[in-house]
Design a protein around this ligand. Structure first.
Ligand code: EPZ
Length: 444
């Protein structure tokens, strides 16, 4: 094992500590309209995997536009435990990993952040071995990782699972994975990203077919290319990676968060407000914008990376089916359910990506919504107005949906379970307050 790096303590961001979120509540008083412009942060689901990708090089990397989120802090703890040195400077994050002190990701950290599993591909490709605990399931589903494992095995790794930990190593003398053709049974975002990262240092070419096409996959590919990786086809269903012996450091800016942007677009729609958002990448919002227009709103381009929502006179019913990009994003499903819950007519939402991502239905019904579940679909009979109630967030995007419902409900909604919210949104209440919403965070 290479000599030990100096592992520094990490103070990554000013995201709320557990004490802030563990027993905090949000109080949202409905009825205010929003106005002005909201700043969109860097994409959580890009920053997390790009942070893991810095393991692919021993040279310093500088990531810009990294959001201040609990999940980002947790990924930083995992990388620090592996021997990386991290230094947060406001929206930037410097990561140096000259030598790794271990190839074992600690269970207590991995169990708190599923995305920590992303370290397995880079660790294996860089050092020839990796021991990463299986990420547990979570509120929205079992979240298996067999597509990641089978892909690494196809590239020549010996991978077995023992006592809840995935043990991977590269047999033989080369110490390198072998490029090969991999077909993914499902266009899994995580599996595509794991295999793309592993392939950057493999011997020969890897072709990933039926690959995920999400913007965050493209962002990761662009970061790996900035490090000298040879990747083509990211954003299509076939990605080709030609492995190299090593990658160099890079200075890279993370894309804006399309799900945060979509959440604020729905906040404008649900309060019938006109609202500007920047920065955004308009082509990342196509499915969200199309559905908002179908529901009666308008989304206008105000500049190359700025859009404006204009409300319509009504909230029309719609049918939504979530799916892999460019389909409708599952991460926006709960937010649209809050919107359609107090629209006109009957809407239908089908969740096809995760098996248990409709738990916000019960909470919305506590607020006077009229939603019936039928398997992985929800039938939503719009009601004129939701009514405030004490509600409990069940997962990250469901908690955002309850905030949105509270913005339009009659009375003051009290939301518990903020630890979910703070994983994926930095200071959501502060951003909404500045737009005119009546929302405050209190200690319970
Ligand atoms: C990523 O999760 C995102 N997380 C999720 O965002 C997002 O909802 C999801 O992609 C879909 O867009 C991050 O990027 C950190 P998948 P991931 O692999 O990679 C099944 C949020 O709210 N599957 O595309 O885990 C899986 O169970 C989070 O920000 C297997 O069966 O998503 C799921 O049903 C939530 N076997 C479906 O595929 C596997 O080996 C999609 O999962 C891998 C996945």
């Amino acid at each position: 094992m290479e000599d030990t790096a100096i592992v520094t303590s990490i103070h990554l961001s000013n995201s709320p500590t557990t004490a802030d979120t563990g027993d905090a509540i949000l109080e949202v008083t409905g009825g205010s309209s929003l106005s002005g412009q909201v700043a969109i942060s860097g994409a959580k689901n890009s920053a997390l995997v790009v942070m893991a990708a810095t393991l692919l090089t021993s040279q310093p990397c500088r990531l810009r536009n990294v959001p201040h989120l609990v999940d980002i802090d947790r990924m930083g703890e995992v990388l620090s435990a592996l021997g990386l040195t991290l230094n947060r400077q406001d929206q930037a994050l410097e990561i140096v990993s000259p030598t790794l002190t271990t190839t074992q990701a600690p269970y207590d950290l991995v169990s708190r952040l599923r995305a920590s599993f992303f370290v397995i591909g880079p660790l294996l490709a860089r050092t020839g071995m990796a021991q990463v605990p299986l990420p547990g399931g979570c509120a929205i589903g079992a979240r298996p990782v067999e597509l990641h494992v089978r892909g690494l095995q196809a590239m020549g790794a010996n991978v077995h699972i023992d006592h809840g930990t995935v043990h991977a190593y590269i047999p033989g003398q080369t110490g390198r994975l072998r490029g090969t053709k991999i077909y993914l049974d499902y266009p899994s975002v995580g599996a595509t990203e794991t295999l793309m990262m592993a392939a950057t240092l493999a011997q020969g070419e890897t072709i990933i077919e039926n690959a995920a096409q999400e913007p965050e996959v493209i962002d990761l590919a662009n970061f790996c290319r900035a490090m000298g990786g040879r990747i083509r086809g990211a954003g299509t269903n076939t990605i080709r990676i030609v492995g190299t012996h090593e990658l160099h450091g890079a200075d890279y800016e993370i894309i804006p968060d399309r799900i945060e942007a979509g959440t604020f677009l729905v906040a404008a729609a649900i309060t019938r407000s006109s609202l500007s958002l920047a920065p955004v990448v308009p082509e990342h919002l196509t499915a969200i914008v199309a559905k908002l227009q179908e529901i009666g709103g308008q989304v206008l381009l105000e500049g190359p990376n700025q859009v404006r929502y204009q409300p319509g006179s009504r909230i029309l019913p719609a049918t939504i089916q979530t799916g892999p990009f460019p389909g409708f994003p599952t991460d926006m499903q709960a937010q649209f359910m809050a919107l359609l819950a107090h629209g006109d007519g009957t809407s239908l939402i089908s969740e096809t990506v995760f098996e248990n991502r409709l738990r916000h239905v019960a909470e919305l019904n506590r607020m006077g919504a009229d939603i019936r579940l039928n398997g992985n679909s929800a039938i939503i009979n719009g009601v004129p107005r939701l009514s405030a109630a004490p509600v409990m967030a069940t997962d990250l995007r469901a908690s955002a949906a309850l905030v949105l419902a509270g913005l339009a409900a009659e009375g003051t909604t009290v939301i518990q379970g903020l630890h979910h919210l703070d994983r994926g949104y930095h200071n959501l209440e502060g951003k909404l307050q500045r737009l005119g919403a009546k929302i405050t965070r209190h200690r319970a």
